[in-house]
Design a protein. Structure first.
Length: 333
């Protein structure tokens, strides 16, 4: 069974590769001849039928070859990345926001312009700004037997959260816990809350959860996009609705923010096709993003809006190379 699966995956990989090169439906004889397969065209057609049933291939009419679906293209791209042993993310030691503010002369535009010329795709870079302003004070107030009102006072706003508790906790105990929570927030030293975690594990776990979620919240810092004209070089894209979709995306700040917030949730290389990106439905375009990570949080990312029919191996090599160059430039500030 394992041999069958491996052969079927190889057939699928080669079919997608051939389709990306030619843009034409792929027949069984083509694969057998071009790639010197040691199986007959009839056997290849059996694999085609199985892959079609699984949603990887389409056949325009009974006598034609097959074309890959988005599911097949996603499989192919993942295999390319796997074989290249490409990094799924890049670690960075400093906040990109702070670095960009320190050196406004850092020409992200120049990096992206060059990258777009090399790939003939639209390249982008974004960084995010944490929305979690400094916490000035907190309050813990018993609401009911197992519910606590957790109030967070920031520099500009007050947040209120109803959190779970182990049991009813006396007011003076809550006041004492509050002191240690503030010390913990100020120092990031878990020792300040370890004692209370042993006594009230549910309460302390809930407090940590709220604070962790707060730290994750991001808003759009900036998004740089270069090479928009490149998409006009691809006839299949021009004939689709992708250009209108992309123009709408560029003109609508809310859509841009929505995409950035979405990308900020993924800590690994991300490939999106079809309707997988929020408020963006592409027919012939793929979105790729390689994130920058600091302390387990997404600081930003670099990637492409690229037509489906492109040399993905070359694209990923250039993406990784330029992502590392930008990382190096940022860390030298």
């Amino acid at each position: 069974m394992r041999g069958y699966k491996e052969k079927k995956e190889n057939i699928l990989f080669l079919l997608v590769k051939e389709y990306l090169e030619t843009g034409q439906p792929v027949g069984s004889k083509t694969l057998v001849t071009k790639y010197s397969l040691d199986i007959s065209p009839a056997t290849v057609r059996n694999y085609f039928s199985s892959l079609e049933e699984e949603g990887y291939l389409n056949q325009l009419h009974p006598s034609s070859g097959r074309i890959p679906t988005n599911k097949a293209l996603k499989f192919y791209i993942n295999k390319v990345v796997e074989r290249m042993k490409m990094a799924s993310s890049l670690k960075i030691d400093r906040d990109i926001t702070d670095l960009m503010l320190l050196d406004k002369e850092l020409s992200i535009d120049a990096f992206l312009t060059h990258l777009s010329k090399l790939t003939n795709a639209i390249s982008f870079f974004f960084y995010t700004v944490p929305t979690n302003e400094k916490i000035k004070n907190v309050h813990l107030i018993q609401c009911s037997k197992r519910k606590i009102l957790f109030i967070i006072i920031g520099e500009d706003k007050v947040e209120e959260h109803i959190i779970n508790s182990d049991d009813e906790i006396e007011e003076d105990i809550l006041a004492e816990i509050k002191k240690y929570v503030l010390k913990w927030l100020d120092s990031s030293n878990d020792e300040f809350i370890e004692k209370w975690k042993r006594i009230y594990p549910v309460l302390i776990s809930e407090i940590r959860k709220v604070i962790d979620e707060r730290r994750k919240r991001k808003e759009l810092g900036e998004m740089y996009i270069k090479g928009i004209r490149n998409i006009l070089n691809y006839e299949e894209v021009k004939l689709s609705k992708d250009i209108d979709t992309f123009v709408s995306f560029m003109e609508d700040r809310d859509k841009t923010n929505s995409l950035i917030n979405f990308l900020s949730e993924f800590k690994r290389l991300l490939v999106l096709l079809g309707e997988e990106a929020p408020e963006l439905t592409f027919e012939k375009t793929v979105l790729i993003n390689l994130p920058y990570i600091k302390d387990e949080y997404v600081e930003g990312g670099i990637g492409f809006f690229t037509p489906k029919r492109i040399d993905f191996e070359r694209l990923f090599r250039l993406l990784e190379r330029y992502a590392k160059r930008i990382k190096k430039a940022l860390e030298q500030i």
